[in-house]
Design a binder for this molecule. Structure first.
Ligand SMILES: Cc1ncc(C[n+]2csc(CCOP(=O)(O)OP(=O)(O)O)c2C)c(N)n1
Ligand SMILES: [Mg+2]
Length: 356
């Protein structure tokens, strides 16, 4: 089985696409991919600002990784499953999680579907088959494999998209997850968002292999290494891998090569451990700016529509933030309400004393 190192791309830096590589999408579908990416960027900026204002405690930005997120969301169907890692929350929103619920999850109040029991950015949306993330790095991989094995065993037509970061390739679950998926020919596509950093650890210190994709060879599964800042290429590559899984041909490992433009989270200061020059070089390969050039070349978008759209998204976010912030804090009794059949009398006593 080949272990590709070639980086698959469709969009050139100037936004040109060779005719034969142009996906079979209509103008509106091309524009929708752009709108999806811009929505994520605006949401990201606004949520980071809320964190800086002390209105939410923590936020993990995804700036620079929007193309992979959007393309993956568009490459699967409604009956497929998403097992996210840290940076795929926008897929829950693209699959129907109302924005006000997403903001409430960041606040952890009464409107939060997770009842404040998850860290911020760990959204859940069962109707959209978006699984709440486990914070323990790498565990998402075995969860995705297990879901896919169950789907196959139960003869359900479902594919699982399992996400991981470059850092997660060092986890034990990477081995177990990929090994079981390949041996059982499970319908899962692993998407590794290689954003070059695992908090402050660079990719070169994470692994001695040149790429993530090469690791698939040891498990006997195919891999693709794709430009993760090229929304059209990721859509094509992940779409084919999903088709392969659906057709009964088993798992694929996709390495999406991208870059975390900001800190690991709102608690991190990346200027302490990485060079400005590196950041600048990747900013020049920004996925949204590059795709915008393509839309310009094709005559599908312009500055006026852009400003109007950003204003519209900004307005919608202001509205949902107001709505989410208006929700009351969680009643502390919900800590146990759907955990125990009968709350321990000592806890009951505590609730009575502390929260009469
Ligand atoms: C088992 C485990 N070890 C350490 C952590 C702390 N931690 C949270 S995120 C992270 C880095 C993850 O890097 P990567 O997999 O590349 O994902 P990225 O954050 O870059 O998207 C670490 C070490 C954790 N959550 N779980
Ligand atoms: Mg990373």
């Amino acid at each position: 089985m080949s272990a590709p190192t070639e980086l698959i791309g469709i969009l050139s830096e100037t936004g040109k696409v060779p005719k034969r590589r142009l996906p079979d999408l209509d103008g509106e579908a091309f524009v929708e991919l752009y709108r999806d990416m811009v929505r994520i960027r605006v949401f990201d900026k606004r949520m980071l600002a809320l964190q800086r204002q002390g209105r939410i405690g923590f936020y993990g930005p995804v700036k620079g990784q929007e193309a992979t997120i959007v393309a993956c969301a568009r490459a699967v169907g409604s009956t497929d499953w998403i097992v996210p890692a840290l940076r795929e929350g926008a897929i829950a929103m693209m699959r129907g999680l109302p924005l006000e619920f997403a903001v409430a999850q960041l606040i952890g109040n009464d409107m939060d579907l997770c009842k404040g029991r998850q860290m911020p950015c760990h959204y859940t949306w069962s109707k959209g088959r978006y699984v709440a993330m486990s914070s323990v790095i790498g565990t998402q991989i075995t969860h995705a494999t297990g879901l896919a094995m169950a789907a196959k065993y139960s003869e359900r037509d479902e594919v699982v998209l399992g996400f991981l970061g470059d850092g997660a390739t060092s986890s034990n679950d990477f081995h177990s997850g990929l090994n079981f998926a390949a041996v059982y020919s499970a319908p899962v596509v692993f998407v590794c968002q290689n954003n070059q950093w695992s908090i402050s650890v660079p990719f070169s210190q994470q692994t001695a292999t040149e790429t993530v994709a090469v690791k698939a060879k040891a498990y006997g599964m195919p891999a693709r290494r794709v430009d993760g800042n090229d929304v059209l290429a990721v859509l094509d590559v992940v779409g084919r891998a999903v088709g392969r899984a659906r057709g009964g041909d088993g798992p694929t490992l996709v390495e999406a090569v991208t870059y975390r433009q900001l800190g690991h989270s709102s608690s991190d200061d990346p200027t302490r451990y990485r060079d400005d020059a590196e950041v600048k070089a990747w900013l020049a390969r920004d996925p949204i700016a590059r795709y915008r050039k393509f839309l310009d070349v094709e005559g599908l978008w312009d500055d006026e529509r852009d400003t109007e759209f950003v204003d519209e998204v900004d307005g919608e976010i202001s509205r949902v933030v107001r709505e989410a912030e208006a929700a009351p804090p969680l009643d502390p009794r919900t800590l146990t309400s759907d955990v125990f059949a009968r709350t321990d009398p000592r806890l009951e006593e505590h609730f009575r004393e502390e929260h009469p």
